[in-house]
Design a protein around this ligand. Structure first.
Ligand code: FAD
Length: 371
């Protein structure tokens, strides 16, 4: 019998498991993946997310991967260019954009160091219910090995946007909005190490410096264009960069593409109910939004900390746990709702004329220079 079983061992799962184990709980963390691969992501972690890594004492390892600190941002909208510095949050000035194949193992290692039992290659196929309450999970390996059942006081679904835990508990959808964008990105060599965003009606481009001297180049398109561009995503990406950020396209000519093109047309926008008897959802499983504002990782860290703060030492007592989970659900909505709405606004890719407000919902200080 575990105190907690965490399903999913990535951003949301590993950080939640780590924090619960540091609080003295007996935690099992399972993931259906056998090895950690790069997840689909444009990698950007806002200052408040970096501040969480700092507080949890894992930031030094992230910095040691060599991903550059991102201390300036430039946003171009037509003739208006905004230069800014991220505001200091929780003692942290820089944002970072580490490769997920580096970041996720750091979080997993921190969880294991805290005492979490980590079981990769273990897919949760079903949940165990008793008297309407979730009391455990049924796992089978992806390779079809024997099934196991494991029991716990609390099952945390940190298993992503297509969450099995959410499906099995039939978590109600509290809020849902249409898909707005699709996105394609790749990695390029020899670009200036600058965090830049460019917007124009119906278009959005970003350059995000990451590990190994590479820069991620991303382009967002209206969702309606997805069927037309998915067949030749590289061409669509390069054309979009040419139209929206011609100086970047010129710089790209001097460098080379380092990887194939990644992307998705399935950027859902929703909140699911976050909790019920014996279960709770953190990260993408409970809440997902368009990646244009790059908030998924930061928000997952926020939820992990919030959940563990709400649970406190009340996990052994079913009444205290139920109250704590309800408090978590309420505070999660309070914490994330405004960023959800501003993300939807950005994701509509509408023209708003010259822009002097803070772009992207990013945490930028007021020292903006308009050229
Ligand atoms: C194109 C794109 C760009 C993005 N860019 C950014 C960005 O720049 N910045 C940012 O902050 N966020 C970004 N995001 C969002 C961010 O990647 C996610 O919010 C984040 O990965 C969520 O982490 P998670 O742990 O909740 O879920 P996931 O990373 O999806 O992890 C879920 C884990 O659960 C496991 N799992 C699933 N089902 C089961 C099961 N049945 N049994 C066992 N294990 C299971 C999976 O194997 C996986 O390891 C982007 C997303 C996309 C799609």
């Amino acid at each position: 019998m575990y105190d907690v079983i965490v399903v999913g061992a990535r951003i949301a799962g590993a950080s939640t498991a780590m924090l619960l184990a540091r609080d003295g709980y007996r935690v099992l963390m399972v993931d259906r993946d056998r090895v950690v691969r790069d997840a689909q992501s444009t990698l950007y972690i806002h200052q408040s997310g970096v501040a969480a890594l700092h507080r949890w004492n894992v930031l030094p390892e992230v910095v040691a991967t060599g991903c550059p600190p991102l201390e300036r941002i430039r946003h171009t909208a037509g003739d208006t260019v905004l230069d800014g510095a991220p505001s200091r949050t929780g003692g942290v000035r820089a944002a970072y954009a580490p490769r997920r194949r580096l970041l996720d193992p750091i979080l997993i290692r921190a969880a294991v160091d805290a005492g979490v039992e980590y079981r990769p290659n273990a897919s949760v196929n079903d949940l165990l219910f008793e008297d309407g309450r979730v009391v455990g999970v049924r796992t089978g390996s992806v390779r079809g090995e024997a099934e196991h059942t494991e029991r716990a006081r609390l099952v945390v679904g940190a298993d992503g946007m297509r969450s099995t835990v959410a499906a099995r508990v039939r978590a109600p959808v509290l809020m849902q909005d249409p898909h707005h964008t699709c996105v394609y990105y790749t990695y390029w060599s020899d670009l200036p190490p600058l965090l830049r965003t460019f917007e124009a009606p119906g278009r959005w481009v970003a350059t995000i410096p990451t590990n190994d001297g590479a820069t991620l180049v991303a382009a967002y398109f209206p969702q309606a264009q997805f069927p037309a561009i998915r067949g030749d995503a590289l061409d669509a990406l390069l054309t979009q960069v040419q139209k929206t950020a011609p100086e970047v396209r010129e710089e790209m000519a001097a460098g080379r593409r380092l990887e194939h093109v990644h992307g998705t047309g399935d950027q859902r926008n929703f909140f699911r109910e976050a909790q019920g008897p014996g279960w709770v959802l953190v990260g993408d499983s409970g809440h997902h939004k368009d990646s244009i504002t790059a908030r998924g990782i930061t928000d997952a860290f926020c939820q992990a900390q919030l959940l563990v703060d709400c649970v406190g030492d009340g996990l052994q007592d079913p009444k205290a746990l139920s109250t704590a989970l309800k408090r978590f659900a309420e505070q999660r909505l309070d914490a994330l709702l405004s960023a959800y709405h501003s993300t939807l606004k950005e994701a509509r890719l509408e023209s708003r004329g010259p822009r002097t407000d803070v772009p992207l919902g990013m945490e930028i200080d007021q020292k903006l220079v308009i050229h």
